[in-house]
Design a protein around this ligand. Structure first.
Ligand code: DWN
Ligand code: SAH
Length: 403
């Protein structure tokens, strides 16, 4: 395959086999026509950029029935409240005399972050192609365009609105295949010296934890500081700072400025060379990652088979998109996991993509099982606090449990 950013030929490092849509929770009659694609992964190790070889069409994944609602985790709700505070601080510090401040969020989902910007009376706009979640954001008084963000759309936004001081995005840039077009669109939209701030699951954490479940149809990329620096510089956006976050099992927030003369922070300079020291700029790190995926695949399924042989009751906790990769790659279905509990009303009563494990409401966590597979492992702190009276075992697919 060719790298989507630089166009060079890049090698395949692993295939996770036939995979369905990560968020394609199904009603029983739809099982027959389910869509599958081969989910193989390549890497451009020159810039530490992991990418899917093939991604389904965006319209297949993001539509008027998108299954993920940002407000399902209290921890994340709080995270986005704090994010809004940080954006407001940047606006005040960097643009004190600007009376025409404007914030645009890409992939704003149900408006969990912009809600706080609107409340402060600052002009803002959400761009969110999944109509069902965009509607919720409208209900919070947030103007939201329900379209895919692109350079073309950035021109349209400029016709009706104005240049932005801050463009923000969480867990969405890794979803957008045309990365060069995306970088150009952000650059277009920003004022000079404006900030592009975005966060996504961090490749360094995925390699370290072997959290391969961050790879699914929607996540066409896993980024690093080196890849972001390289991709966005071509469009006049300078990576000036990075901040590691605990969200989604380890994420990186990138701060870019529309001014190529800006300085890199000391922590960014350190992180860029740290990635090199970790081997992220050479192919061997990815080959080792692929080997470790195979180790945990075997260990995960063996543990479930053993639990079954021991007559243990096993259920899943959190019907995440990530669990789709695990269940299909490890070939685990309802014969090993009775059902998965989830708090999202639109997932309840459906079946998981590909392996068709029933999704049940959270009430079904009681009577407690003997073993719970924590598919929402990225929300472990929040969930373990909530389930402090659960005396059974927890397990995940993560590498540390199988070495
Ligand atoms: O990047 C993406 C992230 C932001 O969200 C999207 N592509 C899709 C989605 O990924 P995910 O489905 O893996 O996200 P979460 O946040 O790990 O999903 C958690 C799931 O677990 C939700 O369905 C809600 C559920 N849940 C629950 O049942 N009880 C969550 C919590 C915190 C709980 O206590
Ligand atoms: N920012 C939220 C939602 C992340 S889920 C959060 O962190 O919780 C990814 C979101 O990006 C979905 O709501 C999806 O509809 C949206 N999305 C996908 N492709 C997009 C694109 N090209 N432009 C804008 N949003 C997009």
């Amino acid at each position: 395959m060719k790298c989507r950013s630089t166009g060079v030929d890049i090698p395949r490092i692993i295939t996770y086999g036939q995979q369905p849509l990560g968020n394609g929770f199904l009603d029983r009659p739809d099982i027959e026509d389910e869509y599958f694609f081969e989910m193989a992964v390549g890497v451009n190790s020159d810039i530490a950029l992991l990418q899917l070889e093939v991604q389904p069409n965006p319209e297949q994944m993001f539509h008027d029935n998108y299954a993920f609602y940002s407000r399902t985790s209290n921890f994340m709700v709080n995270h986005f409240n704090e994010t809004a505070d940080e954006i407001i601080e940047i606006l005040e510090e960097d643009f004190p005399k600007d009376n025409d401040k404007f914030v645009v969020e890409i992939g704003s989902n149900d408006g969990v972050m912009l809600e706080h910007i609107v409340k402060k009376g600052i002009d803002c706009l959400g761009v969110e192609p999944s109509e069902n979640v965009a509607k919720i954001s409208n209900q919070y008084g947030i103007e939201t365009i329900s379209e895919f963000f692109s350079t073309e759309l950035s021109h349209k936004i400029l016709e009706s609105y104005k240049n932005a001081n801050v463009v923000y995005a969480a867990n969405v840039f890794c979803h957008i295949p045309e990365i060069n077009d995306l970088a150009e669109a952000c650059s277009n939209l920003l004022k000079d010296n404006g900030y592009l701030i975005f966060e996504d699951p961090y490749l360094g954490d995925v390699i370290e934890k072997v959290s391969y479940d961050q790879i699914y149809d929607e996540h066409v990329y896993l980024f690093s500081c080196n890849s972001i620096k390289s991709i966005f510089a071509k469009y006049g956006l300078k990576l000036v700072k990075c901040k590691h976050l605990s969200t989604h099992g380890g994420s990186m927030r990138y701060y870019l400025k529309k001014n190529m003369d800006s300085d890199e922070s000391t922590s960014l300079i350190k992180q860029l060379s740290h990635e090199d020291h970790l081997g992220m700029l050479s192919i061997e790190a990815y080959q080792k990652f692929a080997e470790r995926c195979e180790v945990t695949k075997i260990g995960f399924k063996d543990r479930l088979i053993k639990a079954k042989e021991d007559n243990k009751r096993v259920i899943g906790y959190g019907a995440t998109s990530k669990s789709t990769t695990i269940l299909n790659y490890c070939d685990v279905g309802p014969e090993l996991i009775e059902f998965i509990t989830d708090t999202t009303p639109t997932k309840i009563g459906k079946f998981t993509p590909g392996k068709h494990v029933p999704v049940k409401s959270y009430d079904y966590f009681e009577p407690h099982p003997d073993l719970a597979v924590l598919f929402a492992w990225n929300h472990k702190k929040e969930i373990l606090a909530k389930e402090s009276n659960y005396m059974g075992e927890w397990m995940t697919h993560l590498y540390e449990e199988y070495v």
